[in-house]
Design a protein around this ligand. Structure first.
Ligand SMILES: [Zn+2]
Length: 222
């Protein structure tokens, strides 16, 4: 079996910001930044596998090539576990299928528990509102994305572009359109997106009130 690469080797080609995120989440040791220690701790040599608690009560573990914050990692692990576990108290699913896993991320429930929950909603008459609510939220996030795209396009709109070539020369490119007309059209689309967002937000609030009235506040998403 190939020898496992050390973190240093692996991170050589990694983008700076990505490395920073990984370092922060995993509490990795970095030459320019001290991630642990109080007086007396700073120069102490640790063996791989050794665990200790610092002055602030945080638990650390020495790994091959880096130090990890055990307390923080446990939090992250707990959080990830919650994201991948069906939240129903009566869940009897022993092994999640890949469909279950996707549904848990999206709805918090495995397929069986989601079906049970939805059939209860059908019985008490909540289902049509619940479905309408889900559709409204989907449309809202879609229109918000589109609006952001339009606004980006509007900001970067130009009738000509200059491209710097590899050898330092400039290439000019002219767009044969009526730029004012393009701007007006795009502006109309952006206004239309804002109107749609406003209408969808109104519908969202109305449906949330209805779900509360039907004693299902747990269906409301933040
Ligand atoms: Zn379940």
């Amino acid at each position: 079996m190939a020898k496992r690469k050390s973190f240093e080797e692996k991170s050589k080609g990694m983008h700076k910001s990505r490395k920073l995120i990984i370092d922060t989440v995993f509490g990795r040791e970095d030459n320019t930044q001290r991630v642990f220690g109080y007086e007396g701790d700073t120069n102490k040599k640790r063996e791989v596998g050794e665990r200790w608690t610092d002055a602030e009560g945080k638990e650390w573990e020495k790994k091959e090539g880096y130090v990890t914050n055990v307390t923080k990692m446990d939090d992250v692990r707990d959080y990830l576990k919650k994201l991948t576990t069906c939240k129903s108290e009566n869940c009897k699913t022993i092994q999640y299928s890949s469909a279950d896993k996707k549904l848990i991320v999206r709805t918090g429930l495995c397929a069986t528990c989601l079906a049970k929950m939805e059939s209860k909603l059908r019985e008490d008459g909540t289902y049509p509102f619940y479905e309408d609510y889900k559709i409204t939220l989907n449309k809202l996030s879609y229109v918000r994305e589109i609006k952001d795209q339009y606004e980006d396009n509007f900001k970067n709109l130009k009738s000509h572009f200059e491209i710097v070539n590899e050898n330092g020369t400039l290439s000019k490119w002219e767009w044969q359109v009526d730029i004012e007309k393009v701007k007006t059209d795009l502006k109309n689309d952006i206004d239309g997106a804002y109107d749609a967002i406003e209408a969808l937000l109104e519908r969202k609030v109305a449906l949330e009130n209805k779900l509360r009235e039907l004693n299902h506040p747990e269906l409301i998403k933040n």
